[in-house]
Design a protein around this ligand. Structure first.
Ligand SMILES: Nc1ncnc2c1ncn2[C@@H]1O[C@H](COP(=O)(O)OP(=O)(O)OP(=O)(O)O)[C@@H](O)[C@H]1O
Length: 357
């Protein structure tokens, strides 16, 4: 797994612990309100045991109100890794003082060092500043207020809405080029680049959603609605254009999502993802198989679409086929052959109308 992906996954996992709606967050919110400050550690393994000095061994079920009561005492509260039990309270932690810390206060310094030394998730609740900071390994994250994240998440949704308009137009243009047999590799790369932009926003939103917890439900619904169309259509484009032997469309899309943290996706990377030789010229003409056009014909079962695509190989051949030729396809009789020809004609008409919107 590449480093960037591992980092964002770790970050999302860490954020989920303290997302609104989680029991730990409920406890932390109580601590924030009581203004006592707190130091919470998740995980009590050998490396952690070695750092604990004094305190009370409690070993009881975790509840938010118990956490709040225990936070009135000095020192750290240590939970099990699952966050279901409180193991220690009032514990003094002695991490290696030679570990570098950028923090100034002792609570936060200790939290950072313990996280670096043990790899455990450590949460510091500041008494003076009323903020929650997460530490794990070398990762540090200041949890923001819900309003701040909601604003950012809404901005991301607005961006997605704009991208969707551009995407729909680009798809209409691609369809028109397909009828004219003018699609080039370059057009495909543009489509992929647009999808990459959308996936970039999706990745950003996924982090906000882990942080928003139950407060993010509406954003999640909006995101799913905007993305499902775009992602589905991207899958159809990949199905239409990837050469034999390429990865499956959903695998290609998954790979693209992992790649999008790079600001600029190089042409050869995208070509390889599509399953083309990296030496393919970007002006080369390519033909779709015809899935997307055939799928727009009402009441044409997917099995028949598969048969037609397999039989003809490319969309131009389907487009030019006569009733008799279509009749040769398994599952297609004369009536259905006429329906397909009429269907393609209507899709064509609609496509050219959409193109000039
Ligand atoms: N090594 C430690 N182990 C456990 N708890 C500690 C340790 N060091 C400090 N603390 C806790 O942190 C509390 C506050 O310390 P300090 O004010 O120096 O930290 P801070 O990082 O400035 O935090 P805050 O923003 O809450 O003031 C202490 O009273 C103690 O409860």
């Amino acid at each position: 797994m590449d480093e960037h992906k591992a980092h964002s996954r770790r970050m999302m996992e860490a954020l989920q612990w303290v997302a609104p709606g989680s029991p730990l967050r409920e406890g932390i919110d109580n601590v924030l309100r009581a203004n006592t400050g707190g130091l919470i550690v998740l995980g009590f393994d050998e490396s952690m045991k070695a750092l604990v000095d004094g305190g009370f061994y409690i070993d009881t079920v975790f509840t938010p109100s118990y956490l709040y009561e225990l936070a009135k005492m000095d020192g750290a509260i240590i939970l099990n890794r699952e966050g279901t039990k409180i193991i220690y309270a009032n514990a003094h932690l002695n991490p290696d003082a030679s570990l570098v810390s950028t923090e100034t206060g002792m609570r936060h310094r200790t939290a950072e060092r313990v996280a670096k030394q043990t790899g455990a998730l450590v949460i510091a609740i500041s008494q003076r500043r009323n903020v929650i900071t997460l530490y794990q390994g070398n990762f540090r994250y200041a949890v923001k207020g819900i309003e701040v994240i909601l604003t950012k998440a809404n901005q991301a949704i607005n961006t997605l809405e704009k991208y969707k308009i551009v995407h729909d137009q680009a798809m209409a243009n691609l369809a028109a080029l397909e009828f004219e047999e003018l699609v080039t590799i370059n057009d495909l790369l543009q489509v992929l680049n647009r999808v990459a932009m959308v996936l970039r926003v999706k990745n950003e939103l996924l982090i906000y959603l882990s942080e928003l917890g139950t407060e993010g439900r509406l954003i999640q619904l909006q995101m799913n609605e905007l993305l499902s169309d775009i992602e589905e259509e991207a899958l159809h484009v990949l199905r239409d254009y990837s050469p034999e032997g390429a990865l499956k469309p959903y695998e290609q899309l998954g790979k693209l999502q992992n790649l999008v943290h790079q600001e600029f996706l190089e042409e050869h990377v995208l070509l390889r993802l599509l399953g083309y030789q990296t030496t393919t010229h970007s002006e080369e003409i390519v033909h779709p198989r015809g899935y997307r056009v055939l799928m727009r014909i009402p009441r044409l079962p997917i099995m028949i679409i598969e048969n037609v695509v397999d039989h003809f190989g490319t969309f131009p051949a389907i487009y030019k086929a006569s009733v008799a030729e279509l009749d040769d396809v398994e599952g297609v009789g004369e009536a259905r052959a006429r329906k397909i020809i009429e269907g393609i004609r209507q899709v064509r008409e609609q496509t050219f109308a959409d193109r000039h919107l």
